[in-house]
Ligand binder design. Structure first.
Ligand code: ADP
Length: 197
């Protein structure tokens, strides 16, 4: 083991891993209504960053609610636990130097603050995907608004459960008058400095 670089003699830190990956381990926390564009932009941003040599992980309802959080529903208590676990998981990713893009409705200021407290404010970039309810409802990507309006889904954010907009998000994306590509480049340009060493 003598020929190993001295850096490996001690426990590796976040900075060691950031140096190795040549990037900052940080969380981009996307919040916004269902259908606002969080997942579409998160996936596009992941590909764009990856093509430029950044190492990124996207966390969303699809890859967390089907696995680690599959025992949770949409009550306030379960939404809080959902976000708490996601925040703890992202913390592990960023401690490994990975850029974590989290795409969650995370509807209240309090719930997002809890995530920020777990992750650490210096590692947390809040991205508000600000799309008016009417636009989200007209898109109705998954047909969920129609079901919520028909009373088939209870407690749907924006319909019969509140969404509190961030008071001062680090980044705000107004997707209603942008193409998907424009939104992806918009967020890229606004965050890229903070992802780089
Ligand atoms: P969310 O993850 O917030 O629930 P999705 O990304 O699943 O939302 O859905 C957003 C829908 O809006 C997609 O069908 C997407 O193609 C469409 N869309 C239209 N314009 C934009 C834009 N500028 N940014 C993101 N999505 C957009």
């Amino acid at each position: 083991m003598n020929n190993i670089h001295p850096i490996f003699d001690k426990l590796l830190t976040k900075s060691d891993k950031e140096l190795f990956l040549n990037q900052r381990g940080i969380v981009l926390w996307f919040t916004g209504l269902s259908g606002s564009g969080k997942s579409t932009i998160a996936e596009g941003l992941e590909k764009l960053l990856f093509s430029k040599g950044y190492f990124v992980q996207v966390l969303d309802g699809d890859n967390t609610r089907t696995g680690i959080n599959k025992n949770l529903g949409f009550s306030i208590k379960d939404r809080e636990e959902n976000i708490r676990r996601v925040a703890e998981i992202s913390k592990l990713f960023i401690d490994s130097g990975v850029i974590c893009i989290n795409s969650f409705v995370s509807p209240t200021i309090e719930i997002r603050q809890k995530a920020k407290d777990i992750i650490g404010s210096e590692n947390f970039i809040e991205v508000f995907v600000n799309t008016p309810l009417e636009v989200c409802e007209a898109r109705d990507v998954k047909g969920l608004y129609k079901k919520a309006r028909a009373g088939e889904i209870k407690g749907f954010t924006g319909i019969d459960s509140p969404f509190e907009s961030p008071l001062k998000a680090d980044v705000e994306l107004l997707t209603a008058n942008q193409t998907v590509e424009e939104s992806i480049h918009d967020v890229f340009n606004k965050v890229i400095k903070r992802l780089s060493l």
